[in-house]
Structures are given as C-alpha cells and as structure tokens.
Design a protein around this ligand. Structure first.
Ligand code: 9D3
Length: 248
C-alpha cells in the first residue's frame, strides 16, 4: 500500500484543525489511511496548577513567549528524544517543524521534500513567539508560509499539511495527478508560466463571452491560445516568475 504519513500537530487549539481536515482531498486521504493526523493539546504537557504555556520575555518588552518545557514534553511523548541531535541518530526520525513568522518561506519544493518524511511534527506557536531554544535545539526547521502576519501557527500548519498531503502517493486521483502542474516542475528555475485560464458553460454570460477559439475544436489552436494566455496572465500578475525581458 502507500507509505502512509503521520502528522502530529502540537497546539493550544486542537479543535482548530477539525474543519480543515473534514473536506475534499485531505479528508479522503484520511479515510483511505494515506494520512493520519493526531492533535496534541499543549496544555496537557504543562506541570503547574495553572497549566502555564507562556511567560514574560527575558530582557523585557511587549507580549508573552511560549515556554520550552511543555513543548519538550510533548515532543518526547510524540517522537522520542526531543533534542534534534539525539533524534538524528534514530533509524526513522520524526521531522519537527516550527511554524513561525521568522521561518524560511514555504514553497512547493519544500512541500515535496517534506512529503518524503514518514512523520511530520508541526509546532504551532501563539503569543508573541516561541522561546528561541525550540528552534535551536528541538525543531529541524522553522517555516513561514508568507510575508504577512498571522495570529498563530495553526492556519500555517493547516496550509502546510494540505500542500504536503496532496503529494502523497495515492491521495490524488490520476486525473488530477500532482505531477504535471505549475510549481511542481523538477527545476523551479526553468521558465514556466502558471496555469492557463479555464472556462466552462455557458458560452456567454451577462455579455461576457468565452474566447471563441475554445469553442471551435481546433486542438492545435487551443494549445497555442492556452500557452499565450498563460504567459500573458503570468506576466501581468506574477512578473517575478517571468524571464527578464531583453531591454532590462
Ligand atoms: C511585533 C512583531 N510580532 C507581531 C507583529 C511578530 C509576530 C509574532 C507572532 C508575528 C506573527 C506571529 C504569529 N505568527 C505565526 O505564528 C506564524 C506565521 C505568520 O505570522 N506569518 C506567516 N507564516 C507564519 S507561520 C507561523
């Protein structure tokens, strides 16, 4: 069968993930056993009466910082030796990701690499941040999903999980195979446009026509139109993905 993948989510809001896991391709992957997901309530790994998960920052300043001890205990429970250095010696170690606004930018190449692990542990931060010793000693890597400010790591973890799960063998049907698509080219530096625009019936709506070439059955003309339209739109909305024009 598939080499199924285990996700372990460490969070203060375990119920947060109920909805993202309930729909479409991801829910099917769960039903088919290609993916398993466990959520772990960080509060369950506190040891004080008040179940404290955060504390004031050393050196002063605004906001609270997520403490290392509950995260350490959660990792020990989920994946054995929490220290990255110790874990690295295990035969098939879990890969631990800290979601944080300071992390490396997530992209399709990272999703493909992460899909190669048997177990991914995702640490979702809250508050102003996470004690830096987590990134230094417990996590294998620190990932951000984009240059915008979220209120915590949960949404980012759900995004990462979605992007990775769909790449696992047997998750997508052949029809929507993840292989032949924009962003999953073997060499991301090779020039390639994003997907071309799509249309379906009716042929005209509200006075807005579908490009006539798509209705006429000339398959070479359709291929040519799609290639041009894909480049036109990519140039317009994603100039960062386009080869530099000769005059600049
Ligand atoms: C004073 C600066 N802080 C707030 C503006 C920094 C900050 C702290 C905590 C910014 C974001 C967060 C919470 N964000 C995440 O945990 C997070 C995140 C994100 O904010 N953007 C993109 N990816 C991610 S992954 C985790």
């Amino acid at each position: 069968m598939y080499n199924r993948m285990q996700f372990d989510l460490i969070t203060l809001f375990p119920e947060f993930f109920d909805s993202p896991l309930r729909y479409g391709v991801v829910s099917r992957a769960l039903l088919r056993g290609a993916v398993t997901v466990r959520t772990h309530d960080l509060r369950g790994y506190t040891s004080d009466r008040h179940q404290t998960t955060d504390d004031r920052p050393y050196g002063g300043g605004e906001g609270m910082v997520m403490k290392i001890e509950p995260l350490y205990r959660a990792l020990a429970d989920i994946a054995g030796a929490p220290e990255r250095t110790l874990r690295a010696g295990a035969p098939d170690p879990a890969h631990v990701v800290l979601l944080s606004a300071q992390g490396r930018l997530f992209d399709q190449a990272m999703a493909r690499r992460l899909a190669g692990h048997r177990q991914l542990v995702l640490i979702c931060g809250r508050y102003e941040g996470v004690d830096e010793r987590v990134a230094e000693h417990l996590a294998d890597e620190e990932i951000s999903i984009g240059n915008f400010v979220l209120t915590g790591g949960e949404l980012a973890a759900a995004v990462l999980l979605d992007a990775v799960a769909r790449l696992l063998p047997g998750v997508l049907g052949d029809a929507q195979s993840a292989l032949n698509e924009s962003f999953s080219l073997p060499d991301s530096s090779a020039a390639a446009p994003l997907d071309c625009p799509h249309f379906t019936r009716p042929p005209e709506f509200n006075g807005w026509p579908v490009p006539p070439v798509l209705l006429q059955g000339d398959h070479q003309a359709i291929r040519d139109w799609r290639a041009r339209a894909a480049w036109d739109k990519t140039r317009r909305l994603r100039p960062d993905l386009c080869p530099a024009s000769p005059d600049e």
